[in-house]
Design a protein around this ligand. Structure first.
Ligand SMILES: C[S@@+](CC[C@H](N)C(=O)[O-])C[C@H]1O[C@@H](n2cnc3c(N)ncnc32)[C@H](O)[C@@H]1O
Length: 207
């Protein structure tokens, strides 16, 4: 990455603390979708952080490319993978400028990636959708705007959160297999803890 940006310092400082900010267990929604993934599939784990989701996907036998702009988080992800006896390929990228190769992954996994503003996320999502192979799956869990009232995780910007309308528009050219808004209590380390306004998506790229 060419230069350190302030948001990267913010995240590195959070990840420098002892322990795992979002825990070491995979996100519950992702875990519930384990049967979607088959050994040998190429999976992009977007903004994978300290590797709880990337290592889970590798444990399913998939070929994981875990990207994030925090070098501190990626080092912890590699340590977690080694402890679990799995391999993930980590790469430090700024997702707001990095271009992925088209038609590369069988699945893109995006768990809590609300760092992009409404102005930034159109390009981000197009880039990630483009990186999927035809027939590939986009698996996402994020926060809805109502999360601001809960204050149990996520950025302070309401407009960065996802609505069903936004996801329907963004994935209008995909087959939306599952789109579900729900409020549930989550326990994902000190970073995500308590009642939360969530939204889940599984969308398939046309063949
Ligand atoms: C809420 S955390 C989620 C981490 C992980 N997906 C999980 O569920 O444990 C958001 C992640 O986005 C990363 N991130 C934020 N802005 C980014 C950017 N522009 N490029 C790459 N990663 C970014 C942070 O470093 C952090 O790891």
């Amino acid at each position: 990455m060419p230069k350190r940006i302030p948001e990267q310092t913010f995240w590195n400082e959070r990840f420098e603390k002892e322990g795992y900010l979002f825990g070491t267990e995979p996100n519950s929604f992702l875990k519930s979708q384990a049967t979607l993934f088959s050994p040998g599939q190429k999976v992009l784990s977007v903004a994978d952080g300290e590797g709880r989701n990337g290592t889970f996907l590798a444990d399913l036998g998939t070929d994981v490319h875990a990207v994030d702009f925090s070098d501190v988080a990626l080092a912890k992800a590699e340590k977690l993978a080694a402890e679990r006896g799995v391999t993930i390929r980590t790469e430090q990228v700024d997702l707001l400028s990095h271009e992925f190769s088209p038609q590369t992954y069988h699945a893109v996994v995006a768990i809590f990636i609300q760092f992009a503003t409404p102005e930034q996320r159109g390009r981000l999502f197009e880039n990630l959708k483009n990186a999927l192979k035809s027939g590939g799956l986009f698996v996402l869990q994020g926060y809805r705007p109502e999360q601001i009232e809960y204050g149990t995780g996520g950025p302070p910007e309401r407009t960065n959160m996802y609505t069903e309308e936004f996801l329907r528009q963004t994935f209008a050219d995909f087959d939306i297999k599952h789109l579900h808004s729900h409020d549930d209590s989550i326990d994902e380390g000190p970073g995500h803890s308590g009642m939360s306004a969530l939204i889940d998506l599984i969308a398939k790229k046309p063949t």
